[in-house]
Unconditional design. Structure first.
Length: 145
């Protein structure tokens, strides 16, 4: 299995996941303002069998979460227009219906580990994103909800 994009082809890095009829489908909310990164990460995750919802900023992400269906994890950029990742996380944590959804911060911030601890997130990934690390996270986070 391969994922195509404008930058070339990325080989599949994880075993294929197909949910049996009626089984839980792992849904991921990807919150990222960079269209190139949204497209690439979304394509990889979708090809691996995950349902991926997209939001361009924290405000759009909160609207999607409140409208449902709920994801089993959130991939969150920190630096975005309208509502950044820190503001999103504060809003998410203050809403009991959303607070338990695991968040993985994805950022090029040179103090990412410190930011992740402050935000109380499950995990973090640095940009550029290591696809093996990205694909390992749903199995660790989606069962936590």
């Amino acid at each position: 299995m391969q994922v195509g994009s404008r930058r070339g082809v990325v080989p599949s890095l994880a075993p294929e996941r197909h949910a049996p009829h009626g089984a839980h489908v792992h849904r991921i909310l990807l919150v990222e303002d960079s269209s190139d990164l949204r497209e690439a990460m979304g394509a990889v995750l979708t090809t691996e069998g995950y349902e991926v919802d997209i939001a361009r900023d924290g405000d759009e992400a909160l609207s999607r979460l409140r409208a449902g269906p709920r994801p089993c994890m959130i991939l969150l950029d920190l630096f975005m227009p309208v509502m950044d990742g820190r503001q999103f996380r504060a809003e998410q944590r203050s809403d009991p219906a959303l607070a338990r959804i695991p968040v993985i911060v994805v950022s090029a911030d040179d103090k990412l580990a410190e930011a992740a601890r402050t935000l109380g997130v499950a995990h973090w990934l640095t940009k550029p994103v290591d696809l093996n690390a990205l694909l390992a996270l749903p199995a660790r986070c989606c069962d936590a909800v």
